[in-house]
Write a protein that binds this ligand. Structure first.
Ligand code: ZN
Length: 66
């Protein structure tokens, strides 16, 4: 478990003491909040909450081969 203690000190905004989302899923259909420590998928600088969100965002989909 990553220690976040050094981030919990000296922040000007008291709201920052609440563990909140650090980003949100880049898939606009999803936009779920992403929290520190969460396992995510990265594509370049974009962050996705799941592989499905990443795949949909880049136009990929899983289908049954015919
Ligand atoms: Zn997502």
């Amino acid at each position: 478990m990553l220690s976040l203690d050094r981030f919990a000190q000296g922040l000007p905004d008291p709201q920052e003491h609440q563990p909140g989302p650090i980003d949100e899923c880049e898939n606009l259909e999803c936009s779920k909040p992403i929290y520190a420590g969460q396992r995510i998928w990265k594509h370049g600088a974009d962050q996705y909450c799941s592989l499905r969100c990443l795949a949909e965002s880049i136009g990929a989909s899983d289908v049954t081969a015919l």
